[in-house]
Write a protein that binds this ligand. Structure first.
Ligand SMILES: Cc1cc2nc3c(=O)[nH]c(=O)nc-3n(C[C@H](O)[C@H](O)[C@H](O)COP(=O)(O)OP(=O)(O)OC[C@H]3O[C@@H](n4cnc5c(N)ncnc54)[C@H](O)[C@@H]3O)c2cc1C
Length: 452
């Protein structure tokens, strides 16, 4: 029998566009945003409807082939793809609609940050989405979702009020506060890839805002002592901080730009008020940029800075206490020497608190509500020859960060975590395991760091 016909027959029952090895599109279709991930699935099925998704689950089970779920393909470790598995890609499903009566917005699970900002921003609404335009709102929200509106509007998952999911049997489930409410709880911080394939999500709409202030903070040519002063100031500055402001900052060592500090964020208020809030950094030598604009314009500017892809290794840890100057110097020292072949390395900090801390650690699956900020370390390279030396570089430095921090953020996942369930979900692990057993008893939805 002709090989092509044989292949097509073997995919009978799979609907949507199917891309397999040998197809022209395969090389591109198997890629993730992190190009350091190179995996070879048996097929990628692009699902345009819920029926396509249901058929994909049934087909994979009939053929004893593992499933990976993909919306935006931005998983740091590439767990939305794999070798010898079926990628169920829902990325083309992007419908979005406001329900004015209920004050909600519903969207299909292939939608990206940029689509939501454009749709809601044009109607005057902000949204607690992420920073990168092409991150899938599904993956982002299911892992918690830290963004520049976090301290003002909460995490992405805090606004999630309902979802629909295709389960291990291919059945469509609805989950909200009255039906399958345990599943909604679990999907607010631990839902990525674990329980089933989310097909749509409903969020509470925030109040409209006319203008926000886009914040930029910069120290070029920052010496290690400037960086240490910044981190010390940062940890003190966060205490009692106005919830209207959310920023992150990177202490970087770049092959192109040398050592520096660069931060960005949003303030839900005027530039004059933001200037007052950021005064301590200005007095400490930072250049502060403040510009009032619409929420949509601000997100557009933030998103323009992202490249289309990178090769990187990165982590993110929760910080629960203040550091001594000695500890701060050690943190700064982590990036003094880049790994061989690294073009950029950074220690980055992301402010928590505000509205994020108003929710209890057990109210959603996102456990680390009381942390002051997230701190991560990353290395970026271009030439594949340097991949392993960069990964080792990060692993060595991670050992120190792990000792002084409390747990890992599942949206900034790291494949070298020994007890990843505890690290990601803290005191919520037992409940999450029960829910995984209830909604996916056969462990159909599995990946290297799945809830078991
Ligand atoms: C450049 C960049 C910038 C980022 N910025 C931020 C940020 O500002 N804030 C933040 O919190 N995170 C950020 N992240 C991390 C990002 O939020 C997570 O990687 C997120 O999981 C990506 O979602 P995705 O749909 O794009 O990725 P995918 O790789 O498609 O999916 C990520 C995970 O979610 C699962 N998943 C995806 N879709 C579904 C679905 N429909 N149903 C069930 N499970 C699903 C996948 O199986 C996988 O385990 C960033 C990542 C990158 C690469």
């Amino acid at each position: 029998m002709n090989l092509v016909i044989k292949m097509k027959l073997s995919f009978r029952g799979l609907t949507g566009e199917v891309v397999t090895p040998g197809d022209q599109k395969y090389e591109e279709a198997r890629q993730e945003w992190n190009r350091a991930v190179q995996k070879f699935p048996v097929a990628i099925v692009y699902c345009n409807s819920v029926t396509d998704i249901q058929n994909a689950v049934r087909w994979a089970r009939c053929n004893h082939i593992g499933i990976r779920i993909r919306s935006g393909g931005h998983h740091y470790q590439g767990y939305s793809v794999g070798n010898g598995i079926l990628v169920v890609d829902v990325g083309s499903r992007k419908q979005i609609e406001i329900d004015p009566e209920n004050g909600t917005v519903s969207m299909q699970s292939g939608i990206k940050n940029r689509d939501v900002y454009n749709y809601l921003g044009a109607r005057g609404y902000p949204f607690p989405g992420g920073t990168c335009p092409t991150v899938g709102v599904a993956g982002y929200t299911l892992g918690g979702g830290w963004g520049y509106s976090g301290r003002y509007l909460g995490l992405g998952c805090d606004s999630l009020s309902a979802l629909e999911m295709v389960d291990y049997q291919g059945k469509l489930l609805r989950s909200d506060r009255s039906r399958n409410s345990d599943l909604l709880w679990a999907c607010r911080g631990a839902g990525g890839g674990n329980f089933g394939i989310v097909t749509s999500m409903t969020f509470q709409l925030p109040s409209k805002v006319a203008q926000v202030t886009l914040v930029e903070l910069e120290y070029s040519d920052a010496s290690p002592s400037t960086m240490a002063c910044f981190l010390d100031l940062w940890q003190k500055w966060l205490v009692g901080l106005d919830p209207g402001i959310t920023i992150n900052a990177s202490l970087y060592n770049s092959a192109q730009d040398g050592m520096g500090i660069y931060g960005k964020g949003l303030f839900y208020g005027s530039a004059a008020e933001a200037a007052r809030i950021l005064k301590p950094f200005e007095q400490n030598g930072a250049t502060i940029g403040l510009e009032e604009m619409t929420f949509r314009e601000a997100m557009q500017k933030i998103q323009d800075a992202y490249p289309d892809s990178e090769k990187f290794q990165s982590t993110g840890r929760f910080v629960n206490r203040n550091y001594s100057l000695k500890e701060i110097k050690t943190i700064v020292g982590l990036i003094r020497q880049r790994a061989e072949g690294s073009v950029y390395t950074a220690v980055s900090v992301y402010a928590l608190g505000g509205k994020i801390a108003e929710v209890g650690p057990r109210d959603t699956a996102f456990y680390y509500r009381n942390s002051a900020y997230i701190m991560g370390i990353q290395s970026v390279w271009e030439d594949d020859r340097y991949a392993s030396v960069n990964r080792c570089w990060l692993y060595e430095r991670f050992q120190y960060l792990r000792r002084i921090t409390a747990g890992s953020y599942v949206n900034f996942p790291y494949n070298c975590l020994a007890n990843y369930e505890e690290e990601y979900y803290g005191g919520n692990v037992c409940r999450l395991r029960q829910i995984a057993g209830k909604y996916d008893p056969l462990n159909v939805f599995s990946f290297p760091q799945a809830i078991r």
